[in-house]
Design a protein. Structure first.
Length: 227
């Protein structure tokens, strides 16, 4: 399965969820006209700053992907156990769920409006959270604030993710995850990546000077040390 061409949308949502959904529908048609197979929309574009909606909105987006023939990645509030999380779903053109993630680093305005941080792992890669590609790498979803976390980037690299679809507050984008370089062999004791042979001083450190070197008798002058 290969990653379809991605149409990255950008815009500021309005207060009416119905109008926002209609705008996503227009984006889907624009994406199809441009030859793209996947529409990537901004974070919480449907409901803007409102912590409401949940399953009904997700179903509307799923149906929209199937009716337009274009995969859709969209973010909606998710109600679970009395808490509201920021979630994102990836629906393919047949309305099948490809990936689902939740945001774990909230913006200040999201906390102020009742959203909750996701307590799970930032981007645990499972069969429901990545899309295997024939090129031999994985594609993952992430929110902009989460993608900015270095630990999140390390986690993605360690799990073979090479393409990241990012949902920002007013725009969306694709990021390339650079593979981590090879690490030095354990016998060298050098804790940083290396791309070639290590310098000789690192392989053969200078001999340790005895700890008592500084214990100089008071009667001796520095000029005659070692004599």
């Amino acid at each position: 399965m290969s990653l379809p061409t991605v149409y990255c949308a950008a815009g500021t949502p309005g207060r009416d969820p119905e109008a926002n959904l209609e705008r996503i529908r227009h984006w889907a048609f624009d994406a199809r006209a441009a030859g793209a197979g996947l529409l990537l929309t901004p974070e919480l574009f449907v409901t803007a700053e409102t912590a409401g909606g949940d399953a009904v909105l997700r179903e509307r987006l799923r149906s929209m992907a199937r009716s337009t023939g274009v995969g859709i990645v969209a973010s909606t509030p998710e109600l679970t156990g009395g808490r509201v999380f920021v979630g994102a779903d990836w629906w393919d053109r047949n309305g099948q769920l490809v990936a689902h993630v939740r945001k774990y680093r909230l913006a200040a305005w999201q906390r102020a409006r009742g959203f909750s941080e996701w307590p799970g792992r930032p981007m645990f890669i499972t069969e429901q959270e990545y899309m295997p590609c024939e090129m031999g790498y994985f594609v993952a979803l992430a929110f902009d604030d989460d993608a900015a976390d270095p630990a999140h980037a390390y986690f993605l690299r360690d799990h073979g993710v090479r393409r990241l679809l990012v949902l920002g507050e007013t725009s969306s984008r694709q990021d390339v995850v650079v593979p981590a370089p090879a690490w030095a062999g354990k016998h060298t004791g050098v804790p940083f990546p290396q791309t070639g042979p290590l310098p000789e001083p690192l392989l053969r450190p200078l001999p340790r000077v005895p700890d008592a070197w500084w214990a100089i008798p008071a009667r001796r002058s520095p000029a005659v040390l070692g004599s």
